[in-house]
Write a protein that binds this ligand. Sequence first.
Ligand SMILES: *Cc1c(COP(=O)(O)O)cnc(C)c1O
Length: 379
Amino acid sequence: MDNKRIYLSLSEQSGFEQEYIQKALQTNWITSGRPNVDEFESVLENYLNEKSFVSALNSGTSAIHLALVLLGVKEGDEVICQTMTFSASANPILYQGAIPIFVDSELDTWNICPEYLEAAIKDRIKKGKKPKAIIAVHLYGNPYKVDEIHAIADKYGISIIEDSAEALGSSYKGKKCGSFGDFGIFSFNGNKIITTSSGGALINNSKELKNRAIFYATQSKDDAVHYQHSQIGYNYRMSNICAGVGLGQMKILDKNLDSRRKINSFYREIFRDIEGVNVFENINENYFSNYWLSTVLVESYDNITRESLRIAFEKANIESRPLWKPMHLQPIFKKYPYYGSMIAENLFKKGFCLPSGSNLSREDKNRIKEVIVNFFKNK
Ligand SMILES: *Cc1c(COP(=O)(O)O)cnc(C)c1O
C-alpha cells in the first residue's frame, strides 16, 4: 500500500486560482492592494452577510495587531486573552507593550469561560486597571459562548476582538463567526479552511474604521504629495496575487466546509464504540462548527494515552497533534496573570487533533481507520 504521509490539515485548489493570478500579472497589478483585493473583500463582505467591512491583510496575526492598534491599546494596558489558543492570538498584545491576562476555558466549547472572564475583569478593576480588550477565540472552528461572553463585555464596556482565524464558515445562532466582535479576524494561512498562501482579514462594522485599518496597514501615509507620516505605519496589506488565490479558494469554501464536517462524522462513527475516547461535538444546534480540525479527548487507562495513540499514527506516517498548549503554560507568557483552574490544562493533557484536511481521500480515511481500530483492538 502507498504509504505517503497524511497531513493534519492541507488545503485544496479550486482550479480558478490560476486565472485570478494570471489576471493580476497581465494587468501588472502584482503589488499590494487593487482589483483582486477589492473583489476578495467584497466577496467576504457578502459572505458574512452582515454590516461587515473587511480589510484584506497579509496575515491573521497582523489583523489582531491592527485591531489592538485601532482600539488604542498602549504600553502598560491590560488585554484579556483566552489561554487555550495558538500563540498568534496573544503575541500582538506584547507587540504593543501591553500586558496579557489569561483566562481559562469551559468544557462545553473549550473556549473562554464566562465565569473566569468576569472574575478576571472584576479583579483587574479592583487592582486599578480595567482591561482594554478581550480576545476570544473560536478554537478549532467551534464557536465560543457568544451571548454570555458579549453580555459580560457589554456590562463592563470592554471591546471584543473575535479571533475567528480557524472559524471561517462557522456560525452561532445562524450568524457567521467573524461578525460578532468589535473587531473580528480571519486567517488564510496554508493550514486553514481556505488559504491565500499567507493572509488574513480584519472585520469591523464601519467604513470609516475599515479606511483607518487600511491607512495603518499601508504605512500610515498622510495626505500629502511627498511621504508624510504622523503615526506609526505597518506593511500589512494583502498582495493582489494572494487575493487572487483567495478568490479562487472562496469558490470551494462551501465544499471544504462540507468535507470537514463529513470528516468529523467519520471520526464520530469510528469512536462511537471505543470506550474512553470522545470526539468533540457542538453542544446544541446554536453552535455550528466548520470542524476545521476534528479533535478527541483520550482518557488514559492501561497503556492507552493520548501520546501512545499519537505514536501509533506517526508509525503509519499519519500526522496528528496535541491540542494547543495553553498560553499561561508557555515560557514566554508564564509571568503574566492567569484566572482559572485546570480546565485548559487538562484538555491539553488529553486532547488530540486528527487529520482533517478537505483533501483526505477514501484511501487516506481507510488507513486512518485501520490505525485506530488496530490500536484499540490490541489493548
Ligand atoms: C492561525 C491562527 C492565527 C494567526 O493567523 P496567521 O494568518 O497564521 O497569522 C491566529 N489565531 C489563531 C487561533 C490561529 O489558529
